[in-house]
Design a protein around this ligand. Structure first.
Ligand code: PGA
Length: 246
């Protein structure tokens, strides 16, 4: 088993060129934690300036279209974000599943588009509060994994992010036991789908990760890193999370 921890930021629709200094500080700190992979997904407009300003840091997109080009007003393709300097993209974030109606098949196609262009994919899954309260969390999440995992997925280029929708931006997190149970279930589903390669695919936890809870969450069994929203916007909050992964 060769899984290195990955701490990935997700700036969502936040940030501006003025915020690139945060990325520089994050890159400087990351250099001191050589055992951890660090990456930050930024709005499409910031990919090129971020990749140019901070070449040492893995900069990514927050979404891509599944097609390489065409009549899709307002969208960007994997090839486009790659040309801008992205090395990866998040796909299937719950905000896109909710706001843009993305389904598992869309998410899978987007991840496959990334792979066609040599980019890495972070594929997001996670249950809503209603689904958890109905006792369906595991069934929902493993079905999302089954439907969203790209063809030929390997740990080389594909990671899963488990993000309970009710934990995103709320300050609420599942217990360590609940995280362990879900990550174990995801690992089992991956094993059923891709066999031994499942042991190489990183499973990140996301949802209200902070400097205060990162150490506990990042050392739960089968947690191979974190996808961090709000706390990735400043080096002051993101760097302690990177340190906690080391
Ligand atoms: P949060 O967001 O860390 O602000 O809860 C996580 C995410 O949506 O990826």
């Amino acid at each position: 088993m060769t899984r290195r921890k990955l701490v990935a930021g997700n700036w969502k629709m936040n940030g501006s060129r003025a915020a690139l200094s945060e990325l520089s500080a994050i890159a400087d700190a990351a250099a001191g934690h050589a055992g951890v992979d660090v990456a930050v997904a930024v709005p499409a407009t910031l990919i090129a300036p971020a990749a140019e300003a901070v070449p040492a840091l893995s900069i990514g997109a927050e979404d891509v279209h599944a097609a390489d080009q065409g009549a899709h007003t307002g969208c960007v393709s994997a090839a486009m974000v790659k040309e801008a300097g992205a090395r990866f993209s998040i796909v299937g974030h719950s905000e896109r599943r909710a706001d843009q109606g993305e389904r598992d098949a869309d998410v899978k196609a987007k991840a496959e588009a990334l792979h066609r262009h040599g980019l890495h994919a972070i594929v997001c899954v996670g249950e809503t509060l209603d689904e958890r309260e109905a006792g369906r969390a595991e069934a929902v999440v493993t079905a999302q994994v089954a439907g969203s995992l790209p063809q030929g997925a390997s740990g080389e280029w594909c990671a899963i992010a488990y993000e309970p929708v009710w934990a995103i931006g709320t300050g609420r997190t599942p217990t360590a036991d609940d995280v362990a149970t879900m990550h174990g279930a995801i690992r089992a589903k991956l094993t059923a789908m891709v066999g031994a390669e499942a042991a190489e695919i990183r499973i990140l936890y996301g949802g209200s990760v902070t400097p205060d809870n990162a150490r506990e969450l990042l050392h739960v069994a089968d947690v191979d890193g974190a996808l961090v929203g709000g706390a990735s916007l400043t080096a002051a909050k993101f760097v302690p999370i990177i340190a906690a992964a080391d």
